[in-house]
Design a protein around this ligand. Sequence first.
Ligand code: ADE
Length: 236
Amino acid sequence: MKFHVLTLFPQMIMDALNTSITGRAIDKGILSVNAVDIRDYTHDKHLKVDDYPYGGGAGMVMQPGPVVECYENIVTKGTKPRVVYMTPQGETFSQAKAKELAQEEELVILCGHYEGIDERALEEIVTDYISIGDYVLTGGELAAMVVIDSVSRLVPGVLNNDVSAETESFSDGLLEYPQYTRPVEFRGKKVPEVLLSGHHAKIDEWRHEKSLERTKRFRPDLYEAYLKDHPEERKN
Ligand code: ADE
């Protein structure tokens, strides 16, 4: 899968994604990340890419020209890849959205800065508006990395075992159960007996109980949604 990231800080993207699991997938040729500097597309002699907002107000707005020209330069003629704009004004990102985006061969991710990007550039090129949560970052780069990381790990071959992407949190609407590894006792705390039993049905049952407990405690919204779909599991 190929990601193009349109940004004023390409180094930030490349440094982060060349590490760890995404870095290995890039080396293996399963992923490619092409971070492009929007500033390379300004015609201003001082390399300016932003200006004051019409109508007044604080901050600066990124001008449409460099953004659209940057996009036109990286996209192969005749193709129309999806263009995701990272913005707190978008739809909230989710595992379902990550799965949807992982079906694409090529994805363009647009990162804004300052007070955002001139609306006309967005109307011209953007297909998806995504927020990673109800808080405001200084720019779209960290959000883009969140999206790229979560989409990448769903691309076949990126993770060593494809099963773990299926059994984890959210795939069944519940948070994941707790995990344990060696040693069997740590500072007086023992690994739950059932996990040492080798009894797979009992282990699955225990894990499901723990998933329910956790989801009820930390994500009552997900818990209620789960019980609506599985009314037989409601206990009271
Ligand atoms: N840019 C600034 N804040 C953001 C957020 N919460 N999600 C996506 N992009 C952003």
